[in-house]
Design a protein around this ligand. Structure first.
Ligand SMILES: CC(=O)N[C@H]1[C@@H](OP(=O)(O)OP(=O)(O)OC[C@H]2O[C@@H](n3ccc(=O)[nH]c3=O)[C@H](O)[C@@H]2O)O[C@H](CO)[C@@H](O)[C@@H]1O
Length: 384
């Protein structure tokens, strides 16, 4: 039995790729055991809990802020939890660790590395998160999505395989329907306050101007009632479905003609895997403005229109939605431009490479050959 540990979590943008790689590993071989490691604060508790996955929780302080101080704080926080993480990796008999960053990813990968195990990072965004950044000099593999992410990574570790997605995220050729346009609003796993405030008003304007629109609006847990009230106040609750969270996003994307969304890495990869035109309003406070970088790359390919949040007023949204509703050929073009970037097989490819890495290292260890991996730069902590 080969045990692979996948560590990280936090938001949906981290948890869904973890689930996707885990499922792909199990699909590759019945001889693989997948164990997730996260924290009680993350969405992993709900999402993996519901699936009955093997999820272990570590108590880790959040890392906040960037720069040298963030880096130093991150290192201290990771060091504190190392003994517990090493104990866990040992007791599981793990063969390799994949870190998605987040609170748990760094410490668990560091612990594995200190035990001589192969470690990998996966970064779906164009810019590396703090936790994965700390691991750069130690990793055997760096799985990335955007080419620019390779800068700063050790070139021989880089595999650009895309963002691992749930199996349901597959290409669905786009065909406009006569007289019917469905709009999907996706705020990311936590919803998007700016979209929640402006889109209902823009929809009201579009409909008052005579456009026939069906709307599904995903709001995030905190704002569902507020958004429902906003649609109702503008007489827009008919043909409008407001929901905090959509379980089957693949089906929602396939049913949509236009998607208005934030530009988290997974959302973007899903738009491309299914192939739908989008209006993207990047979250302006994402680390290193990575949502803007994510969004611009899809815009350059002709698959999306980007509205920076300061420009995403009710008027601009009305204008942009109207122009796409009126132009079915453009929607078709945008859908196929997005689809040309789709990599629905990313999860399977990451899983295959990760498993090969685990087997290769196990083989070397069994034959007694010494490698750099055996020489731990991190001394075992006292008290283990
Ligand atoms: C505010 C913030 O820090 N956002 C980050 C977070 O966003 P967030 O968690 O929103 O990330 P993404 O947009 O990448 O992914 C959201 C995931 O949740 C799923 N989903 C969403 C809504 C829903 O109702 N149902 C559902 O299943 C989506 O299909 C997708 O798989 O992680 C991303 C990936 O590292 C980053 O790019 C974002 O910048």
């Amino acid at each position: 039995m080969t045990t692979i540990v996948i560590a990280g979590g936090g938001t949906g943008g981290h948890v869904f790729p973890m689930i996707a790689v885990g499922d792909a590993l199990r699909a590759l071989s019945s001889d693989v055991q997948v164990v997730y490691v996260g924290t009680a604060r993350g969405l992993e508790v709900q999402l993996m809990g519901r699936r009955g996955d093997d999820l272990r929780l570590l108590d880790i302080l959040p890392l906040r802020g960037g720069g040298a101080r963030g880096f130093a704080r991150g290192t201290v926080a990771a060091m504190r939890v190392l003994p517990e993480a090493r104990k866990l990796i040992r007791s599981l008999g793990a063969s390799a660790v994949l870190s998605l960053g987040g609170y748990a990813g760094g410490p668990v990968a560091l612990a594995a590395r200190s035990l001589g195990l192969p470690i990998a990072i996966l970064e779906p965004n164009s810019v590396l998160g703090l936790s994965n950044k700390l691991l750069i000099p130690l990793v055997d593999r760096s799985y990335i999505n955007f080419p620019e992410t390779a800068r700063g990574l050790l070139p021989w570790t880089v595999r650009r395989l895309g963002v691992p997605l749930r199996r349901s995220m597959e290409r669905a050729p786009y065909q406009p329907r006569e007289g019917k346009v469905s709009l999907l609003v996706l705020g990311g796993s936590q919803g998007a306050a700016a979209l929640n405030a402006a889109v209902p008003l823009a929809i009201a304007c579009c409909r008052q101007a005579g456009l026939s629109l069906d709307v599904v609006h995903q709001t995030g847990k905190a704002s569902e009632e507020k958004v429902r009230t906003l649609y109702a106040q503008h007489g827009q609750d008919e043909r409008t479905l407001v929901t905090a969270f959509i379980d089957d996003v693949a089906a929602a994307l396939k049913a949509a003609d236009i998607v208005v969304a934030r530009s988290g890495a997974s959302t973007l990869a899903e738009l491309c895997a299914v192939g739908r035109p989008s209006i993207l309003v990047p979250y302006p406070h994402a680390a290193d403005d990575h949502q803007m970088k994510n969004a611009r790359s899809l815009e350059r390919a002709g698959g999306a229109i980007v509205l920076p949040q300061q420009d995403a007023s009710e008027e601009r949204l009305t204008e942009t939605i109207t122009s796409l509703v009126m132009d079915a050929p453009r929607r078709v073009q945008m859908a196929s431009a997005a689809a040309s970037f789709g990599r629905p097989d990313a999860a399977a490819r990451v899983a295959a490479d990760l498993l090969a890495l685990a087997h290769e290292t196990a083989g070397r260890r069994a034959s007694g050959s010494s490698t750099a991996r055996d020489e731990s730069p991190i001394p075992p902590s006292a008290g283990e």
